[in-house]
Design a binder for this molecule. Structure first.
Ligand SMILES: [Zn+2]
Length: 308
């Protein structure tokens, strides 16, 4: 900066102001992520790492909901798949709207829908995406959403476990991160993850567990998806856990149209409400909202290899 003052003849006051601004923007990210430079857009871009944007009400008027998201600063969205029935829908949406990215996978909640060929078809779909990725035209950034859902009545646990293991292996074969869903099945999920460690990492979406569980996931290279749960004061355990985790282990998500944030219960959640989650995260952590936004934007872009 000093050289700059001489070369460009800035007055010291301006130079100090510019330096302060640069340090405010650069220091947290440089320190926390050890990155050399902060992409300018990381300063203002938010990515919703988990939003079912192909569901109603979004599919009825995607332009409207994307405009709302953009106004709130949410510029990119990752849409997880639920099964074969929405893979093509997600591809088409991402062609229509370049701010949309997607995962391909078999959601455990819809296990009954996944037929015997589902895994083979997933492998073929991912192979086709890999060819497109070579040409930098694939918008498939993950395998998922996959996982275990033992909260389903009469869940076929063995089928879910083998589907998850196979999808983790596919993620490794195609070097993609995984988007994980888990309800009432943490020990089982963790066991499958340990045996099929995701080489390109992943995210455990909608986290609401203990500090020890978060730590176990982080040690396996899995990020923690922070959603609407923390906007409810009664979710003390989750709030305390997330407040104490390393900032670069966190992603932000809405899970819209599910998981409404506090104050909006009873209506579909929306991707623009990611800012409510961000605001609450800033309220329970020591870093500033700006710093949190910068670090999480970079972490998300890095995990899903989304250009900034
Ligand atoms: Zn989901």
């Amino acid at each position: 900066m000093t050289a700059g003052v001489k070369r460009w003849g800035w007055s010291p006051r301006i130079a100090v102001a510019v330096h302060r601004f640069a340090m405010t923007v650069m220091t947290p990210v440089t320190l926390l992520t050890s990155k050399v430079a902060l992409p300018y857009r990381a300063n203002r871009m938010l990515i919703d790492s988990h939003c079912h944007f192909d569901f109603a009400p979004f599919c009825d008027d995607p332009e409207h909901y994307l405009a709302l998201a953009r106004q709130a600063g949410v510029e990119k969205i990752v849409i997880p798949a639920v099964g074969q029935r929405n893979w093509q829908v997600l591809r088409d949406l991402s062609v229509r709207f370049p701010c949309l990215y997607y995962g391909l996978g078999l959601h455990p909640f819809f296990s009954a829908e996944h037929d015997a060929n589902a895994l083979q078809q997933l492998a073929s779909a991912l192979a086709a995406e890999a060819v497109l990725r070579e040409k930098s035209v694939s918008r498939c950034v993950a395998v998922g959403e996959c996982g275990l859902d033992f909260a389903i009545v009469n869940a076929d646990r063995d089928q879910q476990i083998s589907l998850l293991a196979a999808q983790l292996q596919l993620a490794n074969r195609f070097e993609l991160p995984v988007i994980l869903h888990c309800r009432k099945a943490f020990p089982e999920l963790f066991g499958v993850l340990r045996q099929n460690r995701p080489i390109a990492g992943g995210v455990y979406h909608g986290f609401s567990g203990s500090h020890q569980q978060a730590k176990q996931l982080i040690d396996l290279g899995i990020k923690i998806g922070v959603g609407g749960t923390i906007t409810y004061r009664r979710a003390n355990k989750t709030r305390n856990t997330i407040a104490a985790l390393p900032l670069d282990a966190l992603l932000l998500e809405t899970d819209a149209p599910d998981m409404p944030v506090a104050g909006f219960q009873g209506e579909p959640n929306r991707p623009d409400r990611l800012v409510n989650v961000l605001g609450e995260l800033a309220a329970i952590r020591t870093e500033s909202e700006q710093e949190i936004k910068q670090v999480i934007s970079l972490t998300t872009a890095e995990l899903f290899r989304i250009p900034m």
